[in-house]
Write a protein that binds this ligand. Structure first.
Ligand code: 5GP
Ligand code: MN
Length: 338
């Protein structure tokens, strides 16, 4: 974030504002952690602020301090729309184009507010007046820490802010193991623990709240895994019937795609999840090394993300989607070699 942007934000926040903070659709730990951390901070600075999420988020995040005040645009539509209409500033966190917020896209496009983007994904679009975009960051949460520090307020980080930021860094870095984890990430995490983030509590509440049905769904996903040795690729499918059989709840498939990469020699892992209600197949892509799943998702599956973690979708049936995916792989045979 350059000095000009920092000063512009300082200027904006020197007056009382009506602020709306927005995560992407199907928010994950980083999206909820960053929006709540910023919400706590802005409230502490005396601002009026509300987090408006495009839709619901997983129950393993529903312990984070401040989560009760999040407005769900799908369920609390009138109230959410009113907040958006009234807003003088909109912060958009953990995404960088308005196509990532579903039905919230049109009210936000009509808004006359000043937009501030804080995000670590590739290829940002240009809707924001103030942009803090850095693809080298582990998480949007790490950027929120920097943002507060840039404003000279790191001494104002409370234990609530600290645990929200900690949780988002933890989930987006696979508990501090992905390549995006830097020495700076660890320094930020150390500072957060000093400021009162209960680190073990965050791990327990996010990762140790499995249900038998989720573990059975994982069993089903692992049984369905197909390994394509010629392409160092492993993919998993989950049909709507399978999800229904194991009483699927939002967030239950989080992390499943990563199992493919734990196989020795596998560089590309994919999961295809049927969503009959939305009429789409939601796809997650993961890679090891320099094979860019961001480019792959962008080019073939209406998606995007990061070099090693991206998402996308398909509007044809599950079996056809998988067939299409398999038919594309020969073009990447060289890139997928170890
Ligand atoms: P996941 O597979 O966990 O849903 O997402 C992996 C990464 O890709 C996340 O950083 C997420 O924000 C991004 N991502 C997921 N789905 C999409 C999508 O449909 N479009 C874009 N541009 N990014 C996505
Ligand atoms: Mn993120």
């Amino acid at each position: 974030m350059n000095l000009e942007h920092i000063n512009a934000v300082k200027q904006l926040l020197s007056k009382p504002q009506k602020i709306v903070i927005v995560p992407h659709k199907n928010p994950d730990g980083d999206a909820i952690g960053s929006t709540l951390a910023l919400w706590h901070y802005l409230k502490k600075m005396g601002q009026e602020a509300t987090v408006v999420s495009p839709n619901d988020y997983p129950s393993f995040l529903k312990w984070m301090p401040g989560h009760e005040q999040i407005l769900n645009f799908e369920k609390e539509n009138a109230q959410a729309k009113e907040k958006i209409t009234e807003a003088s500033i909109v912060f958009t966190l953990d995404f960088n184009h308005l196509g990532r917020i579903g039905q919230m896209e049109s009210p936000l496009k009509e808004s006359a507010a000043t937009f501030v983007m804080i995000d670590h994904h590739q290829a940002p679009s240009d809707y924001a007046h103030i942009m803090y975009s850095d693809v080298n960051m582990s998480s949007t949460c790490e950027m929120i820490y920097n943002f507060i520090e840039y404003l000279g307020d790191d001494d104002k980080i409370t234990p609530e802010i600290a645990i929200c930021i900690y949780t988002g860094i933890m989930t987006d870095t696979g508990s501090f193991k992905y390549a995006s984890t830097t020495s700076r990430t660890h320094k930020v995490v150390a500072a957060l623990i000093e400021k009162g983030a209960e680190n073990t509590k965050a791990h327990n509440l996010v990762y140790d709240t499995n249900t038998p049905s989720r573990l059975h769904l994982l069993g089903c996903a692992l049984k369905n895994m197909v390994i394509l040795e010629d392409y160092n690729t492993a993919y998993i499918t989950l049909s709507q019937d399978e999800l229904d059989t194991y009483n699927y709840q939002k967030g239950n498939t989080e992390g499943f795609v990563n199992y493919g990469l734990t196989l020795s020699g596998i560089r590309f892992a994919v999961i295809f999840i049927e969503n009959k209600e939305e009429g789409i197949i939601k796809i997650s892509f993961r890679s090891e090394g320099d094979f860019s799943v961001n480019e792959f998702a962008r080019k073939h599956f209406m998606g995007g993300g990061h070099t090693n973690a991206a998402g996308g979708k398909s509007e044809i049936a599950l079996v056809e989607t998988v067939n299409r995916f398999v038919s594309i792989l020969p073009d990447y045979k060289e890139q997928l070699k170890p």
